[in-house]
Write a protein that binds this ligand. Sequence first.
Ligand code: SF4
Length: 92
Amino acid sequence: MFLLVSGPDDICAPLLELDEVREPHCLRKSVSERDHLAVNDIGRFLGYRIAEGEKIILDFEFLHRMRQVFASGQTRQACIGCEWSEFCSLIA
Ligand code: SF4
């Protein structure tokens, strides 16, 4: 299961406390805009609007379908202009 959060997640949040991270990119407006686009894409794929606090069960079927729609580009509005787009496309 994953829990949809707003802002830095459990992986990123501890890094914000490091002294060397003065301007964490995950707090930039561009990142929140990408998050918003991704939430819209996923909600459209699921057939209902999702928001912060949403819990989604990650079973095999769900992950398989998510991978398919990601690879097909149906849930990649947030990826437009992202520096990692080529890398993520290779993985997909
Ligand atoms: S290209 Fe990858 S890192 Fe960039 S927004 Fe898409 S999934 Fe996220």
